[in-house]
Design a protein around this ligand. Sequence first.
Ligand code: PEP
Ligand code: MN
Length: 339
Amino acid sequence: MLIVMKSDATDEQVKAVLRVIEDLGYRGHPMPGASRTAIGITGNPGAVDPSHFENLPGVSEAVRVSKPYKLVTLDLRSEKTVVQVGEATIGGEELAIIAGPCAIETRDQAFVVAEAVWRSGAKFFRGGAFKPRTSPYAFQGLGEDGLKILEDIRDTYGLKIVTEALDEAGVDLVERYADVIQIGARSMQNFTLLRRVGKSRLPVLLKRGLSATLDEWLLAAEYIMAEGNYQIVLCERGIRTFAQHTRNTLDLSAVPAVRRISHLPVIVDPSHGTGKNYMVTPLARAGVAVGSDGLIIEVHDQPDHALCDGAQALTLAQYQQLVNEVRAIHEVIVPAPVS
Ligand code: PEP
Ligand code: MN
């Protein structure tokens, strides 16, 4: 159920609707928009009787939701969500560039890359302190020591820090040091983790699972929103197919597909999406051309010696070239109207 308030509804009238929702034992999610506020209802085991709301002051209509998700949809919020991270944004007019090494390896390595990311004008630095590796014997990240390096990078350059949490204890730590919590592709359906980040005050960057359909991905975002965290960025990072020429198949059609359904910003990760250095820049250009709100790019000062994902890492010079190219494309992109 979705309660659409009249455009002139007062805050008191919105609160009164929320009280009725709570009295029924459900949770209300008010989404103020430019023209009106809509209120999503979650926690109801079955259909909600619209007559509870239809005659309340300020209510325009009570609408049944037929889609499997409620809060992520444009029905609830017709304007795009702009995720605000301090003075930086994702989903606004600016193209968000999130760049850095796959893993924080050493303080020196992280600072050399951060300097280049800062020089490029990007607002976000990414680097893993907790790495989800296929092999238990591969480098797993520096843990809290890595987070401390990330914190120092924020203090030095003013870059916003994006880093992955693998589990609930990891979220407690990431909340202490970072600005955005990344949920990796392998964790997209870790539902207890999704619920935990749903209770966080930090925005969440939610990667698409390796074999996730659009509905599964949006439902993962719905888990987070249902807990009250509405600051979510979706990230297309490639899916498993039969292709042998890439690590994953970057599904750029996901960008307009998400746009048609959801108000959440969506960004593209051409690094994991291709797994190959020479493909990252062309696919980054394509990602921006298709309407992505941002890019997540892996960069390393010495890709040949990277402890993680070296084959897809750009050198510092390649990275700067990519930024120049995608900015030029972004300038000529006119955002498509939502239809
Ligand atoms: C990463 O960002 O380094 C990462 C592990 O990504 P993904 O979860 O998309 O594989
Ligand atoms: Mn990586």
